[in-house]
Design a protein around this ligand. Structure first.
Ligand code: BDR
Ligand code: CA
Length: 303
């Protein structure tokens, strides 16, 4: 089993991603760290604890990390589809578990260094904690087997015309991680080009709700979003976790990525070039129906 760490900001699709990780025998979820993003840090941490307990994994350590981006003062109140509490219409029982003492970045470094087998880290929120890990603990970061990032896009945006939310929320951190890591880490960016096409449609949500309480939680979580769209709810973060669990489920190509952290209209843009190649790849495609079924069938096994 491949050891897996997830740095997240739950978030409805972060919840689906955590469910997927909990339901997957290929990986061992050895810890979850949280960052401010979809909602503030206190809520993302509480949500992570509640989601893990709900999925039958209350003992997975949860450690809170950065409560704001590296440079920007705040996230300017983005909540979007996730609602005020972060999990949309899902109401999970409060877990008696508490976050561990200490900072997420210290926990990540120790967990990576301690692990006998190389660890895969998946980042499904703003990259603040990961940038700090690279800056403070380069040796530990260099031991990672792989970093998979949900964020960015080759050719689109969802919070501005040029930027995807996780990158836009902390572009300075994203620049450190994706453009100038200063550490040799195999990094894969899973962006909107792929995640926007991996959708939970209303029909699929209705069927999922019948499979058990986890499926019901996902359906409740996205109900309001689905009511306001003709399409479906993108499973952004779960797509990144799917690639971490089953490498190759996405078509990934070598590339370089330049993150724009300037103050202009392209702030948060990820400029992907296929001319040069280093240790970075970007997801360019997938069998989207099969990928959707892969994720939702795993969620259904949680009952
Ligand atoms: C990303 O932004 C957040 O709202 C989601 O949880 C996902 O990580 C998609 O742009
Ligand atoms: Ca997220």
């Amino acid at each position: 089993m491949r050891p897996l760490l997830i740095d997240c900001d739950p978030g409805i699709d972060d919840m689906v991603a955590l469910f997927l990780a909990c339901a997957s025998p290929e990986t061992d979820l050895i810890g979850v760290t949280t960052v401010a993003g979809n909602v503030g840090g206190l809520l993302t941490t509480r949500n992570a604890l509640d989601v893990l307990a709900f999925a039958g994994h209350p003992d997975v350590p949860v450690v809170a990390g950065a409560a704001r981006p590296l440079v920007a003062e705040n996230l300017r109140g983005h909540r979007g589809a996730h609602g005020d509490l972060g999990l949309g219409g899902a109401r999970l029982p409060q877990s008696p578990s508490q976050a561990r003492d200490g900072h997420a970045v210290t926990f990540l470094a120790e967990a990576i260094s301690r692990s006998a087998a190389p660890v895969t880290l998946v980042a499904t929120g703003p990259l603040t904690n990961v940038a700090l890990l690279f800056a403070l603990h380069p040796e530990a970061a260099g031991r990672l087997e792989r970093l998979v990032v949900m964020g960015g896009a080759i050719a689109t945006g969802n919070i501005t015309p040029a930027a995807e939310f996780n990158i836009w929320a902390d572009p300075e951190a994203a620049h450190r991680v994706l453009t100038a890591p200063g550490v040799d880490v195999l990094t894969t960016m899973v962006g909107l080009d792929v995640t926007l096409r991996t959708l939970i449609t209303p029909d699929r949500a209705a069927a999922l709700a019948q499979t058990g309480r986890a499926g019901r939680a996902v359906a409740d979580g996205i109900a309001e979003y689905l009511a306001g769209t003709d399409g479906g709810m993108p499973m952004h973060d779960a797509v990144a976790v799917a690639e971490a669990i089953t490498p190759g489920i996405l078509d990934c190509r070598p590339c370089t990525i330049e993150v724009d952290y300037g103050p202009g209209p392209s702030r948060g843009n990820t400029l992907v070039s296929f001319l040069g190649a280093g240790t970075t790849t970007v997801a360019v495609g997938a069998d989207h129906p099969a990928l959707t079924e892969f994720v939702l069938e795993r969620v259904a096994t949680l009952g």
